[in-house]
Design a protein around this ligand. Structure first.
Ligand SMILES: Cc1cc2nc3c(=O)[nH]c(=O)nc-3n(C[C@H](O)[C@H](O)[C@H](O)COP(=O)(O)OP(=O)(O)OC[C@H]3O[C@@H](n4cnc5c(N)ncnc54)[C@H](O)[C@@H]3O)c2cc1C
Length: 379
């Protein structure tokens, strides 16, 4: 096997992999025995979990961004030139500028994207916090909100499994401290017959919602939004009125994945232990873009990235496989504006959320700042 590693996607997964490889392959890089190249879409690196705090005015936008060139090890050439075609048979990636990159090992880390357009009326009628523009508009809407009906509407698939619960509990606390919760009704909708895909989280969330008078509708698969009438309707035939609609939009993987015929919906069929594209021995897949039925989360991407780094280094230096990914995920969960809990789980151990505390909330806030060290591989 040769020595050129190409990473497509300079988000969380791609960056952690590139920096991890540089840390372990310093000698080979210095001698020019290997090369690591990255293709991305932007000169900025966005810390997406920070978007959760934007609607409440609890984070400065400057904290969300760093220059990608500064987060990425300087030994990795970074091209802001998105991949437009990935040919895994010819081992070539073509970019928007028409350049062709050949590789010996490929890492696909192109993440996921919001698909608001999949639901008629959603873009016009809803608020969301899953991108910066949406989060800013939601902040303005919350500033003006003076009581009424709020719907937190969850669509699947989406990244960050716990964000819908977090935003619901944070909204409750925020509106209570603003003094308008007594004239506000919050309703949470979820597409399956419980409050969360992960059963222990659903069981944990139900009493927490009941205690605060938060209503819920399960089996609510969103069909359409009527922005003029301010209603949202499900495929199951339920129509709810709203004054403020907060949606967790459905997601797809990157366009380049579907355009290259690598996976329906942009999700790449991936071996859940090896993190290799199914049918390939030289194409690793990391983060949101895999089709593995586990949470699409930064921590998933991080634990996967660590596994891929170990395996790539072992394959390139010793010709052997190092270890399998065990499905590990760890998520802090905000349970209000000043308390939090956490969950960890893997393929065999289900999540088990503990009692919320102020200290865990502070840990989450601390991690938000430590992320930049973590992405550089310093933590
Ligand atoms: C509001 C919010 C809150 C969240 N909270 C948490 C949390 O508390 N904990 C947690 O673990 N996770 C959380 N997440 C999820 C986490 O941010 C993602 O799961 C994580 O970023 C996935 O990493 P990734 O590298 O797969 O994708 P990304 O970080 O999205 O990176 C993908 C990169 O690929 C690039 N790309 C796309 N197409 C191309 C192309 N054709 N060519 C080149 N590059 C391309 C994109 O521009 C992007 O930079 C949250 C997300 C949001 C939105």
């Amino acid at each position: 096997m040769g020595n050129r590693i190409l990473i497509v996607g300079g988000g969380l997964a791609g960056t952690i992999i590139a920096n991890g490889l540089c840390r372990q392959l310093g000698t080979q890089l210095r001698k020019g025995d290997i090369s690591i190249t990255m293709l991305g879409t932007s000169d900025k690196h966005l810390y997406q979990p920070g978007l959760l705090y934007v609607p409440f005015g609890k984070i400065r936008e400057t904290e969300l961004f760093r220059d990608q060139r500064k987060v990425l090890d300087k030994r990795v050439p970074y091209h802001i030139d998105p991949a437009t075609n990935i040919d895994v048979d010819a081992k070539k990636v073509t970019t928007q500028s028409g350049k062709v990159h050949e590789y010996d090992y490929l890492v696909i880390a192109t993440g996921s994207r919001l698909m608001l357009q999949n639901i008629p009326g959603m873009e016009e009628g809803a608020h969301w916090f899953y991108d910066l523009d949406g989060a800013r508009k939601m902040r303005d809407a919350l500033n003006e909100f003076d009581g009424g009906k709020i719907i937190v509407n969850v669509n699947v698939p989406h990244k960050c499994p716990v964000a819908p619960l977090e935003i619901t509990f944070m909204l409750y606390d925020y509106l209570a401290s603003k003094g308008v919760m007594d004239k506000t009704e919050i309703t949470y909708t979820y597409p399956i017959g419980r409050l969360h895909a992960l059963e222990p989280l659903a069981e944990w969330a139900k009493p927490a919602m009941d205690q605060n008078g938060i209503k819920y509708e399960t089996f609510f698969n969103t069909k359409e939004v009527d922005p003029a009438a301010k209603t949202i309707t499900s495929e199951e035939g339920e129509t709810l009125d709203y004054d403020l609609l907060v949606t967790i939009p459905p997601h797809n993987g990157a366009e380049v994945i579907t355009d290259s015929g690598l996976g329906d919906g942009g999700w790449v069929p991936t071996d859940r232990n090896k993190l290799l594209r199914e049918g390939s021995s030289d194409v690793f897949v990391c983060g949101d873009t895999t089709n593995i039925p586990i949470s699409k989360a930064g921590s998933t991407a991080h634990f996967e990235a660590d596994t891929i780094v170990d395996n790539l280094v072992s394959l390139m230096t010793e010709g052997r496989w190092a270890r399998d990914y065990d499905g590990k995920v760890f998520c802090f969960v905000e349970t209000g504006m000043s308390t939090g809990t956490y969950v960890w789980f893997n393929y065999t151990t289900p999540p088990n959320p503990g009692a919320p505390s102020q200290m865990i909330h502070w840990f989450k806030l601390a991690y938000n700042r430590l992320y930049w060290l973590s992405a550089r591989g310093l933590l």
